[in-house]
Design a protein around this ligand. Sequence first.
Ligand SMILES: Cc1ncc(COP(=O)(O)O)c(C=O)c1O
Length: 401
Amino acid sequence: MAETARQPFIDEFPEIVAFDKRYEEWNSRVSYFKKNDGIPGGRISIEGEEKINFSTYNYLGLNGDKRINDFVKNAIDRYGTSVSSSRLLTGEIELHEMLEKKIASMLGTDDAIVFVGGHSTNVNIIGNLVGPEDLIVHDALAHNSSIQGCILSRAKRMHFKHNNMEHLEGILQRVQGKYRRVLIIAEGVYSMDGDICDLPGLIRLKKQYGALLMVDEAHSFGTLGKCGRGVTSYFGVDPKDVDILMGTLSKSAASCGGYIAGSTSFIRFLRYNSPGFVFSCGITPPNAAAAYKAIELFEEDPERIERLHENSEYFLKGVKALGYDTGLSADSPVVPIIIGDSVKTLEMSQELFKRGVNALPIIHPAVKEDEARVRFFISAAHTREDLDETLEILTSLRDKI
Ligand SMILES: Cc1ncc(COP(=O)(O)O)c(C=O)c1O
């Protein structure tokens, strides 16, 4: 019998060996995977200690809301915890249609379709809508899920300088006529910097150069515009001017999943053809129910969105007044404090934690070394005391970092 070659063990892969080493170094400094016990709101209980919480994107404080919990419990009693099939086959339940209709009517699009994960929604949609004859031009700060979608698609990929319409226009001019399709990808609110895309500029360019426009509303759905209708409502533009409106259900909507909203034919095409939809189990009854009820509450309870805006403005103003660099953050619930050095950023996050504030470090390679930062997600669940206490702690740390 022929001798079989020795297969390398997974644990011997160079990237795994290198990570083992890095992990040892880090572990003393960063406590990722901290266990929290309870609902992550304005405060959070981590390993038995209460902290003021800025590291979860429960923007509207709807996670744990009794109205949502009750609705979810009823859905579980009726449908169980899984639909146990692709929706195309036997997994469709009324809640799916209710949720998709709600998203579409709220955003002002013809229709919407819901996927089981936000990240996988981007990978799926971008990965299958364009191909090797096409070009994707995305913002330099595009989220990993969009980049993974670009790679899967095998389309040519370029990026334009962050939110820079002149640079984007230069690219669109240069590539005119060279590709079958050109897809521009931007985000409603950028998750690292907390600034808002120049949607009117993107729409003007997309129309002028015959490109498609996709906007990821992970952080703008529920947080911007009238009743949280997102970035199109914030700018007062026609939602139908954006070909693909993408969003996640894991942030303001207190659930898990992703959606694509767009034209009737496009969404119908996805329902029958999108691999991540057709060959995947449908979103679970509890997740669909939570998102449905949360979105209903965006409209029924708009004071939450006002409170989120007030909190965000108050905190940003306070942090700026202390002389910290908050970068581009404006009008959004994402407030970074840019430290510009990974080690100091880790130290600052640790120091905050010791003093009762949970705000996580974003370090190289997630951002450039000179842009390392501690990021604060603001929530409607924060009280004025939470914010003031944090500002006081930041005052005491100002000269130490
Ligand atoms: C801009 C953006 N898009 C997509 C996602 C993925 O969403 P999810 O966490 O719901 O999978 C995220 C996650 O934070 C995000 O920030």
